[in-house]
Design a binder for this molecule. Structure first.
Ligand code: SME
Length: 318
């Protein structure tokens, strides 16, 4: 599995070199993004009239590095309060920007931005927009600092070392826990045909592994979701189609990741302690028959890594 994010962080020579060092980044490419001209050359972008920003395309393995970690690293490499200037490089082409291709990434980006803004007490100058276009830069700009070790770079060398030495241990540890969880559950599910019994043990197993605030199932019964086996405090028993995170995941028939429940319109607060949530539909054929709902007391607990494993997990239900 691969994901992509496009980050504008000033001069792309140093920025690409920086992101390349991060464990889990599988491909980088420098280019020009979100401008209003087609196929721009470096010289054209250099005139600062094309609207393009020097940008690094970053492909990553979400089972090794999460978007939240990548954004934390991004903020180490930019001054997010500086408009159209990073280091000595000035111009709109050196603006900072986070350009996403997966709309599900937006709440995570907004969360990372608000956390970063708290450090400064100011609104940040970093643009957050969907990626509109990206044109790879000429070949000599790709891997520029690897080809030209003494080449110009606005970033300090120590930052590259920092990127090499810091891994997303939270994601990597989570992967190990999920791998074990899947094996344990596969053993339990082997030969078992009673869905309710397996849901009960699934909730217990996830709770024992991660100690999330609330872990459980809602089953589709008629026109609504009805509370099923769970671990955690008492919860609402009925949820309508399209209501809350659970009813929306059912309606849209897809996993929903909610890094901040307060930012999700219509979220149903069974408990005021819940801050972030993931809801994974359980299928019988193409039909949603239940949802697995997990709540955390912390913000931004669940990401593409959790989605990957929890979707695999519910596929083992009969
Ligand atoms: N928050 C959920 C309701 C279920 S509780 O979290 C257990 C929702 O918005 O659907």
């Amino acid at each position: 599995m691969q994901k992509e994010i496009y980050l504008a962080a000033g001069c792309f020579w140093g920025a690409e070199h920086f992101f390349k060092q991060i464990d889990g980044v599988t491909l980088t490419q420098v280019g020009f993004a979100n401008g209003h001209t087609d196929n721009p050359t470096y010289q054209e972008v250099y005139t600062d009239t094309t609207g393009h920003a020097e940008t690094v395309r970053i492909q990553y393995d979400p089972l090794r590095v999460g978007l939240s970690f990548l954004l934390q690293m991004y903020f180490k490499a930019v001054d997010p309060t500086s408009l159209n200037q990073q280091g000595e490089d000035r111009g709109t082409r050196y603006r900072t920007g986070i350009y996403y291709v997966d709309p599900d990434d937006l709440p995570f980006i907004n969360y990372a931005m608000s956390e970063e803004a708290k450090k400064y007490g100011l609104p940040l100058c970093v643009e957050v927009l969907p990626l509109r276009n990206f044109y790879p830069a000429e070949e000599y700009h790709q891997d520029y600092l690897a080809k030209n070790p003494d080449g110009y770079c606005h970033l300090p060398v120590a930052l590259f070392e920092y990127a090499r030495n810091n891994k997303d241990t939270r994601t990597q540890q989570k992967v190990q826990q999920y791998e074990l969880l899947l094996k344990q559950f596969a053993a339990m599910a082997d030969g078992e045909t009673d869905t309710l019994a397996l849901m009960a043990n699934a909730a217990a197993l996830i709770y024992e592994t991660f100690h999330f605030w609330w872990t459980g199932f809602y089953r589709v019964v008629g026109e609504e979701l009805l509370l099923g086996p769970f671990q955690g405090p008492v919860a609402c028993m009925h949820i309508g189609y399209g209501k809350g995170v659970c009813g929306t995941a059912w309606k849209e028939n897809r996993t929903l990741l909610v890094p901040d429940v307060e930012a999700f319109p219509g979220h149903i607060a069974c408990s005021a302690a819940s801050r972030s949530e993931i809801v994974v539909p359980v299928h019988n054929g193409n039909q949603v028959v239940a949802v697995l709902d997990i709540d955390s007391q912390h913000l931004a607990t669940f990401d593409a890594c959790d989605r990957h494993y929890l979707e695999a997990f519910v596929r083992q239900l009969p």
